[in-house]
Design a protein. Structure first.
Length: 755
């Protein structure tokens, strides 16, 4: 449907064009701004139009006015939250009042002479969700501005925000001290999500729409373009959901909400209204996004805040459809540091790996998609940096310190120099570890320690040859699910497993079945909200309750192995009955494959992860049922200490190098030795030299770790006398303090161990 002629004419298109002309060309910034407020006042039939811009001090300053006393320009200033302008800045959304002086936030400024004006409409100039200014229109009569007028002024505000921020429209020296973009060096402290150091230039994942793309010449064509993109987006989401209802169960409802948002009339209506007024479809998306950010972003209700995420995702998707690249990420400069609120499944994989050097996130947790993929790709990443996107502009120099969990924005020269020195040392150490690649890991007294690596994505496989690991001790199959847009089907699963087995060649691979739930949630398989997800419906519990999902995976594993050895293990076994039931499913699938004449694995080992403390007290029953076990210390320790591994407030409070944790580990090792059950440790601690030293001292002979740990741990093993270490750690087990980290370090030093 083409727009009604009245609407196209009513829109601020011609007004925007006049503003653009006023801003173009040479001339002092002040004269241009004076002209702009005059044009807006005339066009909107307002007696007053004023423009406020934010100073670096955070105050909003009157920069230009038509209708108020010109003497107030550069004199009247409002702090955030002060007066109506400060209130708009703080809230980031419009304020529409029929009688401004009676509003509780109204602050009377005699110098402005605004007494006679009652009606007031103010709209923030937003950049990336941050208010850099406020545009106000006022009239004498007491009236409420119509919805159309509010929308028009919002579009004007968006265009003004872009024009004021673009250095080529207003001479930046004339706007000196205006906080258009942050300029000072800043250090932000966040959470380490992927180790490493990087120095580069900021690239905003959610890039602002370029200024040249704001105004459209042909609203009808623009509307058609928008509608096509919306239709494509809706079809894409519908397709994502199709056929998954049975598997998804209760989580289907949550995704339905997402689908409903995509089809929401009000969202569609707002977008269409915006293009009809003369802006491009991209600008319309940006405007509606800004409104939602400002409105819902402040909601206290977590459900509503969650919806902001959904809307942001939808907006991003829609922009990609408009760009016509059907979801592809944009090109990167060299040394790019990606800045994002959070990244969805597969987002990171779409960027050019050779150019992407680091990642900074406002949100994210160690188990988030972005963090997992960043670690797999060896890209340093720091998360939990609230307000990051407001404090960094595209092209700013940025440092990612994945060792300390810090981000430096526009760093000082001395900070850059210090970082470069650390990068050099790091590279040298890497080169040393690389030299040990083909050296087998024997302790000085001749014990062979098997060093394996943890993996989860196809991109991890390269590390197998790079590190010289002896196999994959833990393949986290859920990662494929976490980075997929939707549920991987049988063929996709089997293809990945076959690829992993091929890459490993003769080296063993232990596939862990889906460990979802808890901190690993899928957008398309989200479970019902639980008060305690880490103690809730996750891992093998989910697998046994949804046997269709688990059996499909077992079938894919058996199919991928075809005549090769296969090792499968189940996560978070908390009762022997669970293991028994899971093992029965394996037997069932094996029989199914045989009935169909498919080649069975040449050898099948089925193991359990020891992650629940309950199993430490039932090893006598568990071990005889298993072909092997692997200790997941990340979970075992979180459950031992009742401390959420993903919560930074408590995660670092308890030490695996403590008598209770070490005694539990010793008990497992001894029970396995007595029954001849092969055992490995596959939690993160296995990849840290000092912790690995303790594990070797306790008698463990197989460690599986993140690839980056293999070199340093091998160096430790080669320098270690296991018998001497055993004697030393025996004493530490009896210690009466909460942590024996210091004592462990002393012991390692005394024994000349490189830990
Ligand atoms: C663990 O819990 O130690 C483990 C290896 O599994 P994940 O980290 O995947 O939970
Ligand atoms: Mg675990």
């Amino acid at each position: 449907m083409s727009p009604a002629p009245g609407i196209a004419i009513r829109g601020p298109r011609s007004l925007l064009r006049q503003i653009r002309e006023a801003m173009a060309g040479a001339g002092p910034a002040q004269a241009k701004l004076d002209m702009v407020v005059r044009i807006i006042a005339v066009s909107m039939v307002a007696e007053v139009c004023s423009l406020y811009l934010a100073r670096k001090s955070g105050e909003m300053e009157l920069f230009a006015t038509e209708g108020l006393d010109p003497g107030a320009v550069h004199v009247t200033r409002m702090k955030p939250g002060e007066g109506l302008v400060g209130e708009i800045m703080r809230q980031g959304r419009p304020l529409n009042l029929s009688d401004a002086p009676s509003h509780p936030a109204f602050s009377y400024r005699p110098e402005t002479g605004e007494d006679p004006f009652h009606s007031f409409l103010g709209v923030p100039l937003l950049r990336g969700g941050r208010a850099i200014g406020v545009i106000v229109v006022q009239n004498r009569t007491s009236r409420v501005y119509g919805e159309d007028e509010v929308e028009d002024l919002q579009i004007i505000a968006m265009v003004l925000a872009e024009m004021v921020s673009a250095g080529d429209v207003l001479d930046p020296t004339q706007l000196k001290d205006v906080e258009l973009a942050p300029q000072r060096p800043e250090r932000m402290r966040g959470q380490r999500l992927a180790d490493g150091l990087a120095l580069g230039v900021a690239v905003l994942h959610e890039a602002p729409v370029a200024i040249g793309q704001l105004l459209s010449d042909d609203p009808a064509a623009e509307e058609a373009r928008l509608k096509t993109a919306i239709a494509e987006l809706q079809a894409q989401i519908d397709e994502m959901l199709e056929g998954h209802q049975a598997v998804l169960g209760p989580s289907y409802d949550l995704l339905e909400t997402y689908k409903m948002l995509a089809h929401s009339r009000s969202w569609n209506h707002s977008l269409v209204e915006a293009v009809r007024s003369g802006v491009t479809a991209e600008a319309a998306v940006e405007r509606v996004r800004n409104e939602h950010r400002a409105g819902l972003g402040q909601a206290r209700d977590p459900y509503l805040r969650e919806r902001v995420h959904d809307l942001e995702d939808l907006n991003d998707r829609l922009l990609r459809h408009l760009a016509g690249n059907g979801g592809k990420a944009r090109a990167l400069p060299d040394n790019a540091i990606l800045i994002a609120r959070s990244l969805g499944p597969a987002d990171l994989l779409e960027y050019d790996r050779a150019k992407l050097k680091g990642l900074l996130l406002e949100e994210g947790s160690p188990a988030s998609h972005a963090a997992i993929v960043a670690r797999a790709l060896d890209i340093p990443c720091v998360g939990r940096l609230p307000g990051l996107r407001d404090r960094v502009s595209e092209g700013d120099p940025v440092i990612v310190d994945g060792e300390t969990g810090e981000a430096y924005l526009r760093p000082r020269v001395d900070v850059v120099t210090a970082l470069q020195a650390r990068m050099t040392v790091r590279n040298q150490r890497r080169a040393e570890f690389a030299k040990l690649r083909d050296t087998p890991a024997y302790t000085r007294d001749g014990a062979k320690i098997g060093l394996y690596m943890n993996a989860g994505l196809a991109v991890d496989l390269a590390a197998l040859t790079e590190t010289g690991a002896e196999g994959i001790g833990l393949f986290r199959t859920e990662f494929q699910f976490m980075v997929s847009e939707d549920l991987p089907r049988f063929n996709a699963q089997a293809a990945l497993y076959a690829r992993v087995l091929e890459a490993a060649g003769d080296l063993p691979v232990t596939f862990r079945t889906l460990d979802l739930g808890g901190d690993k949630v899928l957008p398309y398989l989200e479970a019902e909200r639980e008060d305690n997800p880490a103690l809730g419906w996750r891992a093998i519990r989910m697998g046994l309750d949804r046997p269709a999902l688990l059996r499909l995976q077992l079938r894919a594993l058996i199919a991928a192995a075809r005549g090769r050895p296969l090792k499968i293990m189940f996560p978070l076994v908390a009762s022997v009955d669970e293991f028994r039931a899971a093992r029965a499913l394996v037997d069932h699938e094996l029989a199914w494959a045989e009935r169909r004449g498919r080649a069975p694995p040449s050898r099948l080992d089925v193991g359990a992860m020891i992650e629940a403390p309950s199993m430490v007290w039932h090893l006598d029953a568990l071990l005889p049922m298993t072909d092997f076990v692997s200790v997941g210390t990340n979970d075992l320790i979180q459950y031992l200490f009742a401390a959420d591994r993903g919560n930074p407030r408590v995660a670092d409070r308890y030490d695996p190098l403590s008598p209770p944790a070490l005694r539990a580990l010793k008990r497992i090792q001894e029970a396995c030795a007595e029954t001849g059950t092969p055992v490995s440790v596959c939690g993160e601690m296995a990849g840290r030299p000092l912790e690995a030293f303790a594990l070797v001292a306790l008698g463990f002979e197989a460690l599986s770790m993140p690839p980056a740990g293999v070199g340093p741990v091998k160096q430790m093993v080669l320098s270690c006398d296991r018998e001497a270490a055993r004697r030393g750690v025996e004493t530490l087990l009896k210690a009466t303090q909460g942590s024996v980290r210091g004592e462990m370090e002393t012991l390692a030093r005394k024994l000349y161990v490189a830990a």
